[in-house]
Design a protein around this ligand. Structure first.
Ligand code: BGN
Length: 283
């Protein structure tokens, strides 16, 4: 890796925009997870990545500046596999990107929403990003046609995960990997900081988006495929149901109509089983 040298930056006026679809995409490629990692080789191979985990294509101007925010706790083995997989994946998409791994003091209980908010604020201080992708460290995208960019509505990206038999577990899911612009994040005041322990902060975000009349977008499930790395189940937060129920009241003093809330969508899971079909859907 190399340090950022401002004299070396490409002059925006002299360089043309990267194509909408990068010529380097390879489509589906099974993620490599068991191979031993030799860091010297990785560093040699990806030396275009700066020491601060930032990369820009050298021959064109990326269409979006993307910050990947990765909440983290203890899973170093996952982090190595994830970084080795995601750097070449994002490079092939010709993105101008930075990766932010946000760790929490060991004394504090894991809080995904809080870590994502911190990542958003810190990344924004560093660079003028267009798009923030909130990314679990245990999810590896399998197809590079799953474009890591934002759109005019928030995107849920981990549509088809192998652990869930490549099916959407429920229509309102917003966890795993999701993409939002700065405006979208600020509009809903980010994630809730109140969800300590596993679960619910993503459902609360879904409610916030709904409440602000936004539409969650998804791509086709044959493109949005992910491999989930194996880990033991984290401790669910027993308070999460109550926090979700009262979330909108806290956020705006308003209560949601029952049909708008996650609970309505969870009923959908019970009724439809594990088989909500994902396509270009909005939920
Ligand atoms: C859901 C969790 C999500 C998680 C998905 C996928 C809750 C709240 C229940 C009302 N939601 O069950 O946070 O992303 O599973 O693992 O637990």
């Amino acid at each position: 890796c190399y340090l950022w040298d401002t004299t070396n930056t490409t002059d925006d006026a002299q360089i043309s925009k990267c194509p909408i679809i990068s010529p380097y995409l390879v489509g589906y490629r099974k993620p490599v997870i068991n191979e031993r990692i030799v860091w010297e080789e990785v560093l040699e191979k990806y030396k275009a990545v700066r020491c601060d985990s930032h990369f820009q294509p050298s021959n064109c101007k990326a269409r979006q500046k993307v910050a990947l925010i990765v909440p983290f706790r203890d899973r170093y083995a996952h982090l190595e596999v994830f970084l080795r997989h995601i750097h070449p994946f994002l490079m092939r998409q010709q993105l101008d990107y930075g990766i932010y791994v946000i760790d929490l003091d060991d004394k504090i209980k894991f809080n995904r929403g809080l870590l994502l908010n911190v990542g958003f604020i810190e990344a924004s201080k560093e660079y003028d990003y267009d798009c923030y992708i909130f990314h679990d460290v245990d999810l590896l995208p399998e197809n590079d046609k799953n474009l890591y960019r934002c759109s005019d509505q928030p995107r849920h990206m981990s549509v088809a995960v192998d652990k869930f038999a490549y099916k959407l577990p429920y229509a309102a899911i917003f966890g795993g990997v999701s993409a939002m612009t700065k405006d979208q994040i600020l509009f809903v005041n980010g994630f809730s900081n109140k969800f300590s322990g596993w679960g619910g902060e993503d459902d609360d975000m879904f409610n916030r988006l709904k409440h602000h009349n936004m539409t969650v977008m998804r791509s086709m499930d044959d493109v949005s495929m992910y491999k989930m790395l194996k880990h033991k189940q984290s401790d669910p937060n027993p308070q999460r149901f109550k926090l979700i129920r009262t979330g909108m009241k806290r956020a705006s003093g308003l209560k949601m109509k029952p049909c708008q809330s996650i609970f309505f969508n969870l009923w959908g899971v019970l009724l439809l089983g594990f088989n909500v079909k994902a396509s270009l859907v909005s939920v």
